[in-house]
Design a binder for this molecule. Structure first.
Ligand SMILES: NC(=O)c1ccc[n+]([C@@H]2O[C@H](COP(=O)([O-])OP(=O)(O)OC[C@H]3O[C@@H](n4cnc5c(N)ncnc54)[C@H](OP(=O)(O)O)[C@@H]3O)[C@@H](O)[C@H]2O)c1
Length: 277
């Protein structure tokens, strides 16, 4: 089984300014030769670069601010990166966000941006960089999907759609690339304590059970361990892994039946909430 060429390699990491991506950067810097950090908030990336260069002086850290939901911004970032280092060994598509709402009430601009980032941006970056990896017979792609890419539940319809895309795409891509030397894995976490909830919004007043919630650092550690081993699907956290396995083994009609009362209660709560409809 091939290993993703992280050690002494050139790694492009998206969504490095917070959460899981920031913790991945802390684990990657001591191993990579070049680590390119992408997100929109440049000041955060610059502060992270200073921290990483102190902790891992052998790694060259590049700060590449870009809006990955915007093609022109993505192209400008890639052109700058490829001019500096033409061969990218590993791509980690981590940037993404969710939107919690009833779909008909969701802000369309936010929904569209989510699609552009979670689906289009991930697909485009992978397409731009994969050809080189295949030609060199060496590479790795880690896509950050979600438990929401394997399951369905109310309040997150469009986000769940984007993550089902990532999960299906990544599984199929992995098959297409078997035997090429390019490792393709996906990370499907349950709840992780990051800025995700703040960005997604939460009108329910409820938070994920602490029992299944992971820290971003623990999630990143398990993600890289699974990626290093060439795992197809990484579900971090023993309890979450059990929940996902049980969900997979439960017929869809049973899951629909169980989730329907919860969905109705959620709709009623949303319509009573102060969030504008
Ligand atoms: N936290 C969870 O419970 C959870 C569970 C399952 C899956 N996930 C997935 O994990 C990934 C990381 O999320 P997180 O939980 O670490 O959330 P987070 O703390 O909000 O981090 C999201 C990252 O994505 C970047 N990003 C957002 N919009 C962007 C854009 N238009 N262009 C470039 N970068 C952008 C953000 O940077 P800027 O704002 O600086 O651009 C940030 O670095 C996402 O794909 C998410 O769907 C999270």
């Amino acid at each position: 089984m091939a290993r993703p060429p992280i050690d002494d390699g050139v790694v492009l990491l998206t969504g490095a300014s917070s959460g899981i991506g920031l913790e991945l950067a802390r684990l990657l810097a001591p191993r990579a030769r070049v680590l390119a950090l992408v997100a929109r908030r440049e000041a955060r990336l610059t502060a992270l670069k200073r921290e990483l260069e102190g902790a891992a002086p052998r790694c060259k850290v590049l700060v590449l601010p870009a809006d990955l939901a915007d093609r022109a911004s993505t192209d400008a970032m890639l052109d700058a990166l490829l001019a500096e280092t033409p061969e990218i060994d590993v791509l980690i598509n981590n940037a993404g966000f969710g939107d919690m709402d009833l779909f008909e009430l969701a802000d369309w601009a936010k929904t569209e941006k989510m699609l552009r980032l979670n689906v289009d941006g991930l697909l485009y970056l992978t397409h731009r960089l994969l050809g080189g990896m295949v030609a060199r017979r060496r590479g790795g792609v880690l896509n950050v999907s979600s438990g929401a890419g394997m399951a369905f539940f109310p309040g997150f319809a469009a986000y769940i759609g984007t993550k089902h895309f990532v999960t299906g795409f990544t599984e199929a891509l992995r098959l297409d690339l078997s035997g090429t030397g390019v490792v393709v894995s996906q990370l499907c976490p349950g709840p992780v304590a990051t800025e995700f909830e703040e960005v997604a919004g939460n009108f329910t007043g409820m938070s994920p059970p602490k029992l299944v919630e992971l820290s971003a650092a623990a999630c990143a550690k398990k993600a890289l361990r699974g990626f290093d081993r060439g795992r197809a699907l990484i579900v971090p956290g023993a309890l979450m892994w059990l929940v996902m396995r049980a969900a997979e083994r439960t017929p869809r009609w049973v899951r629909r039946l169980l989730l329907t009362p919860f969905a109705r209660a959620l709709r009623a709560k949303r319509l009573r909430s102060s969030k504008p409809a």
